[in-house]
Design a protein around this ligand. Structure first.
Ligand SMILES: NC(=O)c1ccc[n+]([C@@H]2O[C@H](COP(=O)([O-])OP(=O)(O)OC[C@H]3O[C@@H](n4cnc5c(N)ncnc54)[C@H](O)[C@@H]3O)[C@@H](O)[C@H]2O)c1
Length: 271
């Protein structure tokens, strides 16, 4: 039986934990959930899901987790991933925005190798990472991602705050950012996981072009990924339902973590 611990009980973490607690993945059990503090809510969720609760994510290994899912933000990813790998856990990282720091990525690989552990980056809100990785075996010329979101999903982004961009009265689509993934990190930390997953796949955040469009008519969050490579062209279009509790995150992102855990537990690896 594979024991899974989940850090963060927000939109993604609670969806992932609920699926595992419900026995959705055979051979896997939810052992513990970790929050910022030992709140009534955290304890109530742990009772509902029949698992342990902790305010110390680093204790998840001692609480029986072989695999820890980080669904708590880039800061938590930076703080907990390395020690958890060192403590013998595989780590599933949802906050791939943390991977904009090349030194951190190098350190993750180093510690995981030394501890014979793995770091998993689920495909999150997108598809096509498998095709991009295959194309990397030829030569990738360019990668572009265009994300279209309702303005509500962009509220509070540092880039908009600093440029005093008010999207509340927007009545037509507006391109609010255009640049590479590295430039976009600081401006849209909660919207950049997709770009950083692609950047990590090709090993270069400067080579992923990012365009973000605020669209008041958008009911879905959409991503269009365009890859040009020696092996051919690839275009992938996604239209994702936002998560019920966080308009910034797509439901599919939580599902991709559960699918990753299913792969970890399965003898059959597809894709
Ligand atoms: N890879 C992808 O494609 C993808 C897609 C969507 C979201 N994400 C990322 O996944 C992460 C989770 O997204 P979400 O929608 O669930 O966010 P959320 O804000 O709904 O939930 C985050 C939860 O983490 C908790 N938390 C924060 N710091 C913590 C800490 N140090 N220890 C324990 N808990 C902590 C918060 O209290 C909150 O409950 C975010 O970083 C988001 O950007 C990735």
């Amino acid at each position: 039986m594979i024991g899974v611990g989940v850090i963060g009980t927000g939109a993604l973490g609670s969806s992932i934990a609920r699926s595992l607690a419900g026995g959705q993945v055979p051979g896997v059990e939810l052992t513990a959930i970790a929050g910022r503090s030992r709140s009534h809510r955290l304890d109530a969720l742990a009772r509902e899901w029949e698992c342990q609760a902790t305010a110390d994510p680093l204790s998840l290994a001692d609480l029986g987790a072989n695999v820890v899912v980080e669904a708590a933000g880039a800061e938590a990813a930076r703080e907990y991933a390395l020690p958890l790998l060192g403590a013998g856990c595989d780590v599933v990282l949802m906050s791939t925005g943390a991977l904009a720091d090349a030194d951190f990525v190098a350190r993750l690989k180093q510690v995981a190798t030394a501890a014979s552990r793995r770091i998993y980056l689920p495909s999150g809100s997108i598809a096509g990472v498998d095709g991009l990785l295959s194309a990397m075996e030829s030569e990738v010329h360019s990668v572009r991602v265009t994300t279209r979101k309702h303005p509500n999903a962009l509220v509070g982004a540092p880039h908009l705050v600093e440029s005093a961009t008010d999207l509340s009265k927007l009545d037509a689509p507006l391109v609010v950012f255009e640049g590479n993934a590295r430039e976009a990190v600081a401006g849209f930390p909660s919207n950049l996981n997709v770009a950083l997953t692609l950047a990590t796949a090709i090993g270069d955040a400067d080579r992923v072009q990012v365009r973000i469009i605020a669209d008041p008519a958008a009911t879905f969050t959409s991503h269009r990924i365009e890859v040009s490579a020696a092996s051919g062209q690839m275009t992938v279009e996604m239209s994702n339902l936002p998560s019920a509790t966080n308009p910034r995150s797509s439901w599919l992102a939580a599902l991709s973590a559960v699918a990753t855990i299913r792969r970890i537990a399965s003898p059959l690896w597809i894709g």
